[in-house]
Design a protein around this ligand. Structure first.
Ligand SMILES: [Zn+2]
Length: 145
């Protein structure tokens, strides 16, 4: 088994392997094959086979530099499409960062409401009794933070 692995590694060394373009073409081939099952269209089937053959040929190609340039060109041409798809996926990272930011704010700032207009205000914690002037209605009141 290890010998097989070694042989595979040797076989793939110096070859292009799978990059973004290769992955996309493979996906297109799979989608076209699914379409073939539903439509029984020979044209779609041939296109699927062509995509598959192309992706395998790319993967095994030893002209790494040329394949790299193709991939770069592909990435450039699909910037807008990829941006569109990444927008569809909810940005969990940003949301998490916001929650963390709020949490840190609450740790360092006391958040309270103005007694007269209910405007949300904040002041650094740990200062004891302070005089607060509301930023909205300019009411002055004393608050322990
Ligand atoms: Zn106020």
């Amino acid at each position: 088994m290890n010998n097989f692995r070694y042989k595979m590694a040797q076989f793939f060394s110096g070859r292009t392997g799978i990059d973004a373009l290769g992955r996309t073409v493979t996906w297109v081939a799979l989608i076209l094959m699914l379409l073939t099952m539903f439509t029984h269209s020979n044209a779609i089937y041939l296109l699927a086979m062509a995509c598959l053959a192309y992706s395998i040929w790319r993967m095994l190609s030893k002209n790494y530099q040329k394949r790299y340039n193709e991939n770069q060109l592909f990435l450039q041409k699909t910037v807008k499409i990829r941006a569109f798809f990444s927008k569809l996926v909810p940005n969990v990272k940003t949301k998490f960062a916001k929650i963390q930011y709020d949490f840190n704010q609450r740790k360092t700032y006391a958040i309270f409401k103005c007694p007269s207009c209910k405007q949300k205000l904040r002041a650094p914690r740990g200062r004891g009794k302070i005089e607060v002037t509301c930023s909205k209605c300019h009411t002055v009141f004393v608050k322990r933070v």
